[in-house]
Design a protein around this ligand. Structure first.
Ligand SMILES: Nc1nc2c(ncn2[C@@H]2O[C@H](COP(=O)(O)OP(=O)(O)O)[C@@H](O)[C@H]2O)c(=O)[nH]1
Ligand SMILES: Nc1ncnc2c1ncn2[C@@H]1O[C@H](COP(=O)(O)OP(=O)(O)O)[C@@H](O)[C@H]1O
Length: 208
């Protein structure tokens, strides 16, 4: 049967909730069959981050040119830096029938929802606020000031939870991944129009 367009999966949530950790765990699983869309950003690489693997690191002028040329599906400014999703990569991968996974902050996710409402939008939530603060502090990758900014921002971000198709609690990484994979499996079942195929078969027109 002809393969349809791939599924767009959007994982979002407040900074420090564990999006990156959960995404890396999902992509380390051998049976993962969705593609990660590597984002563009103007923030500096952290120690160990690799250009073209973790992000495409861009100068501000380069990023602004990508915006002007319409090369981004969405972009957002987040704590002083630009982040954006490459449009061509997403469209080409979906057109090839493969699923695309975006891990992005909430403003960008809302923009993606406007442009691609058929996607599945998952909000990763912390067990509680103090745990979120502990995770941001514990990661130790930012200065105190940046951590304070991110905690304040996280409170606004949590208010956007109701806009999502699913809220997944990240109490434990493995459990959060299991829930996300269950959602993706269910969304595939929901979208595969098996009854249409059966209708054709029952009419004697096997579409295989
Ligand atoms: N809108 C948007 N947000 C992104 C994109 N890529 C990453 N982000 C988000 O930008 C925020 C900051 O990312 P980063 O600086 O890597 O920090 P961290 O995710 O908190 O470790 C996170 O919420 C990311 O999910 C993107 O392409 N578009
Ligand atoms: N389920 C979890 N339980 C405990 N700590 C977690 C969990 N998920 C992530 N963390 C930790 O929280 C911190 C922030 O995670 P990270 O993936 O960088 O968040 P985000 O990408 O959402 O900003 C990291 O130190 C990470 O190891």
């Amino acid at each position: 049967m002809k393969k349809g367009r791939g599924l767009l999966i959007v994982l979002s949530g407040p900074s420090g909730v564990g999006k990156g950790t959960v995404r890396k765990e999902l992509f380390s699983q051998p049976d993962t069959n969705y593609e990660y869309s590597i984002s563009m950003t103007t923030r500096n690489p952290r120690e160990g981050e690799v250009d073209g693997k973790d992000y495409f690191f861009k100068k501000r002028e380069e990023f602004e040119q990508l915006i002007r040329e319409g090369r981004l599906l969405e972009h957002a400014e987040y704590v002083g830096n630009y982040y954006g999703t490459p449009l061509d990569y997403v469209n080409e991968t979906l057109d090839a029938g493969r699923d695309v996974f975006l891990e992005i902050e909430v403003v960008g996710a809302a923009k993606v929802r406007e442009k691609m409402p058929d996607g599945v939008f998952i909000f990763l939530a912390p067990p509680n606020l103090s745990e979120l603060e502990q995770r941001l502090i514990g990661r130790g990758t930012e200065s105190d000031e940046v951590i304070r900014n991110r905690i304040n921002k996280a409170k606004d971000e949590l208010e956007m939870m109701h806009l999502y198709d699913y809220v997944v609690e990240n109490d434990e990484v493995g459990r959060a991944c299991d829930r996300i994979n269950a959602i993706i499996t269910a969304e595939h079942c929901r979208r595969t129009r098996v009854e249409e195929r059966y209708k054709l078969m029952l009419e004697g027109n096997d579409p295989q």
